[in-house]
Write a protein that binds this ligand. Structure first.
Ligand SMILES: [Zn+2]
Length: 194
């Protein structure tokens, strides 16, 4: 018990120290992703960036898995396999936040109408979290063993991207996970709150 506690304290400290050093770079990545959103099934540049980041972190990367899906694998000795998922698509929403890194992206939809595009659902946060987690795990390899499968998933808003990646062999072509982790951000403002 004591040993486990010491181990986890050591890990917590390593994570805190790592974040302190790398947070600014991750915020830059977040602002870049926020300013450059893409609609579902059109996540070409986001996928390219995710592939580049995962490769740079030392992952073996495969692109075009179920459309624009990206899979990065990091093997670190014997142990269990953990899959970490981040999604990439933005929404057809015109941004009016006024933040310096606001999206000015506008596209023509299939029906010919114009729409703004915005990361209004927070998938820019998810991609940043995926890259940060992937980098952190790669740089703290002495603290864990096993395999990480980091995936950037397209078309979450349509409910199709995860299925497309599985249909394209996510669980056959890459290590099958014992655990899968995904998260979704939530607005701090509650509707109806005074
Ligand atoms: Zn979402």
């Amino acid at each position: 018990m004591r040993g486990l506690q010491l181990e986890s304290n050591k890990r917590d400290r390593a994570v805190d120290a790592w974040l302190e050093k790398h947070l600014d770079g991750l915020v830059d990545l977040y602002e870049h992703l926020h300013a450059n959103p893409e609609l579902s099934l059109e996540e070409e540049k986001s996928a390219a960036r995710m592939a580049k980041e995962l490769r740079a972190a030392g992952y073996r990367v495969t692109t075009a898995v179920g459309g624009h899906g990206v899979v990065g694998v990091l093997e670190n000795g014997p142990g269990q396999t953990v899959l970490i998922r981040g999604d990439m698509d933005g929404l057809p929403v015109r941004e009016e936040t006024g933040v310096p890194y606001a999206s000015k992206v506008e596209v023509t939809r299939e029906d010919g109408t114009r729409t703004g595009v915005m990361h209004a659902c927070g998938h820019d946060v998810h991609m940043t979290g995926l890259v940060g987690t992937a980098r952190l795990l790669a740089q703290t390899r002495s603290l864990w063993t096993g395999t990480i499968v980091a995936i950037a998933q397209p078309a979450e808003e349509l409910g199709r991207g995860a299925l497309a990646m599985m249909d394209d062999g996510l669980f056959e072509r890459f290590p099958r996970p014992d655990y899968t982790i995904a998260l979704h951000v939530e607005s701090g403002v509650r509707r109806g709150a005074r």
